[in-house]
Each structure stands twice: as C-alpha cells, then as structure tokens.
Design a protein around this ligand. Structure first.
Ligand SMILES: [Ca+2]
Length: 466
C-alpha cells in the first residue's frame, strides 16, 4: 500500500484498453453473498468476519479498528502514500450492506475533497505456527468503475507487521504483504512484499517485490474474486505466495533475502490485516502518468468485501513458550496500587525469571512477549498513571514499547512508554506513563512491542497510580 510503483507503468500502459463491458446480469449473480469457506482438513480457522450484520451498520468494532483522517497520530501524512482522501466512520463511507458484505465507498464532496474508509483488525498476531502455514483470504469485488471515471481509485487488502502499530516509522522492516491492490480500474491484481529498508534495499523500495495479473474469467471490477496470501514455514526455503481464485501468481522465498531482513519481518508477534479504498497517491499517479484523481473521476463507487478469514496449518508451537502460574497465591487478585511483581504474572509469555534489582525480575523480554495479571483491582478510584520498574541493556540504539492493555492481549493499549538502553541490564529505573482512566477489576496485560527482534527490556514490578 505504501509509496510508488513507477516501474510498473510500462507494463500496464495498454491494460486499460483491454477491459470490456460486462452484462449487468452477471454482476448481480456474482454479487451474491457467499460464506467463509469450510475449513479444509489439516487447517484451523483462526479468525474471520463474514460481514453478516444489519444493513447500514458499521462492521464489528470487536474485530476492527477504524482509521480516520489523513494519517495515524504521530505517523506520516497522507498515510505515507500521498493518497488524498479523509477517512471517516460515516456509514456513507463504510457499512454492512445487509446481504453479507462490507461496503467501503469513496465520495467526492461539493468542494472537491474526497472521503472514504479504512479499517484494520484488532488482532495483530496473525502468523504461522512454527513449521506451519498461515493463510489470509478475502472474497472481494473491486469498485466497479473503469477508464477515466476510475482514475485515482486504489482499493487494497493487505497486512502490516504488528510493530508498526503505535510506532509508524519502522516501515518497511516490519514487513508488509499486499494481498490485493489495484489502481485506476485496471483489470489487474497486484501482490507485493515490502521489507528491509527504504529506499532501495532487498525489497527494492519503494516499489517492493511484486507481480500482477488479470483476474481469471470476469474482470476484477465486474465480479467477486478470492484473493489469498500464504506464509509457508513448512517449505524449504520458507515462502510467501499470492493467489487469485486459487491460481498462484507471485511468490517470494527466504532464499531471495538476507537473514536479517527475513527475521525482522517474520520473528515478531505477527501481522494485522487492513482493508481500505484510497483515492489518489503515488501508485495510481505512477500508473496513470499524471496526478489523480481528475475531474473525470466518478464519485460513489464501492469496494465490496464478502469475507476475510485467516487459517493456520501445522501443529508446531509458536515461540515463545508460555508459563502459567496460579499467582497470586490464593487467587484473590492484585491491588492495582501496590507493587505487582512481574515474576508472579498469572501467565508469562517469553522472558526469563532471574534475580535482579534486589528481588526477582522477568528479564530479556522482546517483541511479542506479554505478561498477564488476572484480576487486578482498581476499585472506584480512577487510575491515570502506570509505573514500571524496568531496565534495558539493548544495544545499537534499539528500543521498544511497554504497553498496558485491559482484558485482552490484543485490546488497544490504554497507555505505554518507550524504553531504550537505561545504562545496562542491571540499571533499573522507575518509569511512569499516563493511561486512560481505569476503574473496576480487570485482567491486565503488559505487552512488549518493538520493530526489532532483540530482547530490549527487563521488568521487576508494575503498579498504578491515581
Ligand atoms: Ca459475507
């Protein structure tokens, strides 16, 4: 989704001329709702959304985060791509159609500005089990508009590495899988890997390593097609593969990339999935050869998504190992306003318990690790501060986030702080962070997110303040 693909201009200059009209009857037939396919033997359904809600309602906020405006807070402007639209949560731009589909619509307002929508999964840990496979699949009809009226339309179904969330400046090292992209109403699907460094690097940024092809049978615009991405850790070499309607059209293998690049995008907690309909930006401009949209671009066309589903196969376990204890002893939960010892976490995923800082700490925590404390009592007072006793000896200018989430390891963090080298692994500091107000009793998850794979923090204890 990111940045320009100017090298493709030559390949596609004649593609638009090949698009032919499709009878409306076929469109109606192909628009019929399907369901998430049954799970094949050997696979496990990890997550899905069939978009089966009532007409004119928003998609589930349990499944999706709504991205709004012109960029992430603190992130690059125009979402890093030059796209011009304002993303909203209006049902004029995003809604369920009542027939089992999500509908994202791009609209031009009276002053020439555009609105549209973009969503991303709450979950950000989609990855294969060790030695297994991950499949991300969506059944999608691109906006049914072609030619001059389609200039600037840029629908996308894609995934970003979880460390991007909350950081926004670690692209492309954290990895990006473009499962389906399309611009300007051309009958073509692009599949692209972004990785490494920008510009240039092993993924030839900002172009990425990509391929494209026409949709099988009916055009991409006139009918639903199934777009699928697989991450295969069972093959040798390990591989990424892209499919449309079951036909593979692109692959990238581990042997094409250096070990650091591969590890940086495959060793973190996993990926989150995005759906959006952009207007304008580097990619459609490069393919058109001029700025888009234009006065000929037609308002009101929609990206339709029947379902998105994620499966895994393989029985391997995903590191890090998880340790579950019965802490706190007696099961009575913790007082949020007293020290909560990290090594007593109800569930510890990653790290190691070692003597440190006059007691015990969970040391060597890295991206994707977490600590869960079951039943932390905040009571009727409102906690507005999070404090952690932490140390870091990470080298090379690396850093990471220590995040607080409530009741789910994938909930949006209520607060966080960044930590870099504190002067050594034994140099503990008491570090505060502001948090959204908390009352009541919650399972508290401390999650660790970084754009690099090395351990970057040890934690002795945490507590909350008012
Ligand atoms: Ca559906």
């Amino acid at each position: 989704m990111e940045f320009s693909r100017s090298r493709r201009r030559r390949v596609l200059a004649t593609a638009a001329a090949l698009i032919t009209a499709v009878p409306l009857a076929i469109v109606a037939t192909m628009s019929a709702n399907a369901s998430v396919p049954s799970t094949p033997a050997g696979w496990t359904l990890q997550w899905s959304d069939d978009f089966n809600g009532s007409a004119n309602t928003l998609p589930s906020s349990s499944n999706w985060i709504f991205d709004t405006g012109y960029g992430y807070p603190g992130g690059p402007g125009n979402w890093g791509t030059g796209e011009i639209q304002n993303y909203t949560t209006s049902t004029n731009n995003i809604k369920l159609d009542g027939s089992g589909n999500l509908r994202i619509t791009a609209l031009r307002d009276g002053s020439g500005g555009w609105t549209s929508s973009r969503i991303e999964t709450q979950r950000s840990n989609f990855r294969p089990p060790s030695g297994g496979k991950l499949a991300i699949e969506g059944r999608i009809q691109m906006p049914n508009v072609t030619g001059q009226a389609a200039l600037g339309y840029w629908p996308a179904f894609w995934a970003l590495g979880s460390p991007y969330r909350g950081n926004y400046w670690n692209w492309p090292a954290i990895g990006e899988f473009d499962i389906m992209e399309n611009v300007n109403g051309i009958n073509s699907v692009w599949g692209v890997l972004h990785c490494g460094v920008n510009p240039g690097g092993p993924c030839n940024e900002t172009t990425g390593i990509g391929n494209s092809r026409a949709c099988p049978g009916s055009s991409c615009q006139s009918a639903f097609h199934t777009y699928r991405f697989e991450w295969d850790e069972s093959s040798s070499p390990k591989a990424f593969r892209w499919y449309v309607d079951g036909q593979q059209f692109h692959s990238v293998t581990q042997s094409q990339l250096d070990a650091t690049t591969w590890n940086n995008m495959t060793s973190h907690a996993g990926y989150f999935i995005l759906l959006n309909l952009a207007i304008g930006g580097a990619f459609p401009n490069a393919i058109a050869g001029f700025g888009t949209p234009t006065s000929a671009t037609a308002s009101g066309h929609s990206l339709l998504v029947d379902y998105v589903a994620v499966w895994t196969s393989g029985s391997g376990t995903t590191p890090p190992t998880t340790t579950t204890t019965t802490n706190p002893p007696g099961g009575s939960g913790w007082d949020a306003y007293s020290d909560i010892q990290a090594e007593q976490a109800t569930t510890r995923s990653g790290g190691a318990v070692e003597s440190a800082d006059g007691g015990q700490s969970v040391t060597q925590l890295r991206n994707g690790d977490s600590l869960r404390f079951s039943g932390v009592r905040f009571g009727s007072r409102t906690a507005t501060q999070f404090v952690a006793r932490a140390a870091s000896g990470v080298s090379g200018g690396a850093s990471g986030l220590v995040e607080v989430r409530l009741d789910s390891p994938t909930a949006t963090p209520v607060g966080s702080f960044a930590i870099a080298n504190t002067g050594g692994w034994q140099s503990y500091r008491t570090i505060p962070a502001n948090i959204a107000g908390i009352t009541g009793t919650h399972d508290v998850y401390i999650t660790f997110t970084s754009g690099q794979p090395s351990p970057y923090v040890s934690v002795n204890w945490i507590r909350f303040g008012t």
